[in-house]
Design a protein around this ligand. Structure first.
Ligand code: ATP
Ligand code: MG
Length: 321
């Protein structure tokens, strides 16, 4: 039985279809990634699954419980780390966890043991008595994850777990998530707009755009669905059209004045390809990424879909902290 299942899940805000007929089946023990640009509907989906928002139509179950009929059963089954920071800066790490334990009604005799366990998992034991306002961004995220684990949920929702972290902080965080999966055998649903993150962490990825799933599979299969390696060529050679005839060339497209050529095994065939074209100004060879899969399925790039202003806003909010 799937531990999370949605059927035609839909959420409308007036004319905006935030989630639009989403069908998901997530198995126990899976790390499942929802990958999509700003406004794709990732947070809305998590909020519905966490019973914080009712769907407009469709159904969802978590741990076998319908989110609308048995919200308290669903809440017992889940831990959640929100996209927005939600720890109290004026309390210590330990006090934050203690407060959460009380809210969740964890038996008094258990509280300290659970807090120690959670702190140790996210490696914050030594900093537990420091005020959260003295923590780095990555430490705060880790504390939030630790907090989400206190009531030992079966499923953990991580909404943009590495938003605002630098690349090193991001990779450290990936390590913690992988550790949770290994040591606690949890099911994790994470959202991200970083394709590297979905690729590194998720067993399966749902690429989501305008509230709709455009592709669901393992990162490997999604990348393989591109049908080969990608060679980008800048050239005004009249012979470029002729490469279509080469049997290892799968596809040739012109994008922004560059030719994007999909080939079987670039390592074996690049030389012959270049020889055929003759004069070439610039060549780039790479394996497909999830961003390419997004582009193939939506007709636009992940970054383009973000409008380019996303990182600016993140940077501004980081600067403010
Ligand atoms: N409370 C709300 N009222 C009206 N529209 C909303 C509300 N919350 C979200 N939306 C809209 O629903 C759509 C999906 O938003 P959502 O927050 O789920 O996206 P997201 O994929 O999490 O984006 P991001 O990567 O920016 O976090 C957006 O168009 C957003 O403007
Ligand atoms: Mg979001």
């Amino acid at each position: 039985m799937a531990i999370i299942e949605t059927s035609k899940l839909t959420k409308h805000y007036g004319r905006i279809k935030a989630v639009d007929g989403l069908n998901l089946k997530i198995e126990e023990g899976e790390v499942f990634g929802l990958l999509g640009p700003n406004g794709a509907g990732k947070t809305t989906t998590i909020k519905i699954l966490a019973t914080l928002l009712d769907p407009t139509s469709g159904t969802a179950t978590v741990n076998g419980f319908d989110v609308e009929k048995y919200p308290s059963k669903v809440r017992e089954s889940i831990g959640i780390v929100f996209q927005e920071p939600s720890t109290d800066e004026l309390l210590s790490g330990y006090e934050n966890l203690k407060m959460h334990s009380m809210i969740y009604g964890i038996p008094k005799s258990e509280v300290d043991k659970r807090i120690e366990e959670a702190l140790s998992l996210v490696e914050l034991t030594e900093r537990k008595n420091d005020l959260v306002k003295t923590y780095s961004g990555g430490m705060r995220r880790r504390l939030e994850i630790g907090r989400g684990l206190l009531h030992r949920p079966k499923v953990l929702f991580l909404d943009e777990p590495t938003l605002g972290l630098d690349p090193r902080g991001r990779e450290t965080m990936w390590g913690y998530v992988q550790r949770l999966v290994k040591e606690l055998n949890m099911t994790i649903l994470l959202t991200t707009h970083y394709m590297e993150e979905a690729d590194a962490l998720a067993d399966r990825v749902c690429i989501i755009d305008h509230g709709k799933s455009v592709a669901i599979d393992t990162p490997e299969n999604l990348k393989e669905s591109m049908g080969g390696d990608l060679v980008t060529i800048v050239s005004d050679s009249p012979k470029i059209g002729e490469v279509k005839k080469l049997k290892f060339v799968k596809k040739i497209e012109k994008l922004d004045g560059k030719y994007l050529i999909t080939v079987d095994s670039a390592a074996e065939n690049l030389q012959e390809l270049l020889k055929k074209i003759g004069k070439v100004d610039c060549v780039e060879v790479r394996s497909p990424t999830l961003a390419d899969v997004f582009m193939k399925n939506t007709g636009r790039g992940l970054e383009e879909a973000e409008g380019g202003w996303f990182d600016k806003i993140v940077q501004q909010s980081v600067n403010k902290q």
